[in-house]
Design a protein around this ligand. Structure first.
Ligand SMILES: [Mn+2]
Length: 453
């Protein structure tokens, strides 16, 4: 028995050592491709060589073992999971999608593609074919590039905490979000990235992700919520932890582009009552092609209290003049991505915690910002691509309509005075939905003493 046990443990040790070495090699390859020169502006590193087909044999397994455990202290199961994930994940050049191009999944993978589309309501197979470090062109207008060149230095500007909430996000889209932020943001403007896992039930988002984020060259914090909390409470958990002066909320399937962060930080730093969003470009949910959106679109809403994009009217274009680098003042923001001064965020009542899950909170904060003496802007010099989906992959407890009506009714009850009648006229079903207790929010409005007009 003893000798059998000893043999087994020797085999175990060998298996563990081999896994760790493979893992270490993967990590080395990964961070080789992660751009270290984040302080150099305007230079995009061109990846020099395609990925090697596989790691070479390593005769020094022993010495690597302790090193690997220091660099990447994970148990064997996590190491195995990570190795599998990294095999599905593209890092360098030689992969599809470089320069923001789209990919077509080969015919023989069509059925897998269609099946896996349901995982996140976008083409996961295409996402896996594209490098998490893929290159993107500089989409900024000439005016923006000139403005960036003339702008006073970014040294001395406040730091930003980026807050990303996710639930069952795909591994590659989540990583591409992180890699693009780290590759394309000046290090001295980034305080940290805070990730809030709104109780995902996918294993890879727990230990493997915990291990992976430790290797980034900036602090990345990851909190796994114990209960499904919804976007609002999850974001509030993130903002409560933030050490930066500016909060920047980001979606979990985005890619930021060159120079995206500086204009947002400048505007908020110049006036802490400005809430500033980038232009949200479109990453195709099918091919992952990066498609630029119009620079003259702003956020509005209809009387169903749905957020809508509209063409910027003449009066705002006239106010802005011919300068294409000047921010547009927008009635509402899409809510997925925006920067806000942390203190101002709390001064105006952060978010309405009576709202559920997701949806409608962007109109509530938009109304509140304008009514409390702030303003909302879309900055045409900051561009972030977002995977727009045709339908949500998530389930809403009690039904989507009920949640959306509940949230919208709270906005109407607290902030819209007699205009709320338009909403109830358009959405009669909302009358039968319990809006819940809005006393606190009404009190907040009274304190802030403003009117909806
Ligand atoms: Mn999204």
């Amino acid at each position: 028995m003893l000798s059998v046990g000893g043999g087994r443990s020797a085999v175990c040790r060998a298996v563990i050592a081999t896994s760790i070495v493979w893992l270490l090699i993967d990590v080395v390859i990964l961070f080789y491709y992660l751009d270290p020169s984040i302080l150099t502006r305007g230079q995009r590193r061109i990846d020099p060589e395609p990925l090697a087909a596989g790691p070479p044999e390593n005769p020094h397994q022993k010495s690597y073992e302790s090193h690997a455990q220091q660099v990447f202290p994970v148990d064997k199961e996590t190491a195995d999971q990570l190795r599998k994930l990294m095999n599905t994940q593209a890092f360098g050049p030689g992969y599809h999608g470089q320069g923001g191009t789209g990919v077509t999944v080969p015919e023989e993978q069509k059925s897998i593609k269609e099946k896996r589309f349901l995982e996140n309501q976008f083409n996961v197979v295409a996402s896996e074919m594209i490098s998490v470090n893929r290159t993107l062109p500089d989409y900024r207008s000439e005016a923006c590039r000139t403005a960036a060149g003339n702008e006073k230095t970014t040294v001395g500007l406040p730091t930003t905490s980026i807050i990303i909430v996710f639930h069952n996000e795909a591994w590659t889209t989540l990583l591409r979000t992180l890699h693009s932020v780290i590759n394309r943001s000046p290090r001295h403007l980034l305080e940290e990235i805070i990730m809030i896992d709104d109780k995902s039930d996918r294993d890879y988002l727990v230990k493997p992700l915990d291990a992976y984020i430790k290797k980034f060259p900036i602090p990345v914090h990851l909190v796994h919520l114990e209960e499904r909390s919804g976007l609002i409470r999850a974001r509030l958990t993130g903002s409560g932890m933030a050490k930066g002066k500016i909060l920047l909320f980001l979606d979990a399937h985005v890619e930021v582009t060159d120079g995206w962060l500086e204009p947002l930080v400048h505007r908020v730093a110049d006036d802490r009552k400005r809430v500033v969003a980038p232009i949200i470009d479109v990453i195709s949910d099918d091919t992952f092609e990066y498609v630029t959106a119009s620079e003259t679109t702003w956020g509005g809403f209809n009387w169903h209290l749905n957020f809508r994009w509209y063409a910027v009217p003449k009066r705002e274009l006239n106010r802005r003049g011919s300068d294409r680098s000047m921010p547009i003042q927008t009635p509402t923001i899409a809510g997925g991505l925006f920067a806000i001064d942390k203190q101002f965020f709390y001064d105006i009542g952060s978010y309405d915690e009576g709202m559920q899950v997701w949806g409608g909170e962007n109109l509530e904060i938009s109304f509140r910002v304008w009514m409390c003496g702030g303003s909302l802007e879309i900055h045409p010099c900051s561009r972030v691509g977002h995977v727009f989906r045709k339908q949500t992959p998530y389930t809403f407890p009690g039904g989507t309509a009920k949640v959306i009506h509940h949230n919208a009714a709270r906005t109407a009850e607290v902030w819209m005075d007699e205009y709320k009648a338009f909403f109830y006229k358009m959405v009669p079903a909302a009358k039968n939905v319990e809006a819940g207790d809005v006393t606190e929010r009404k009190k907040l409005r009274e304190t802030l003493q403003k009117d909806f007009s």
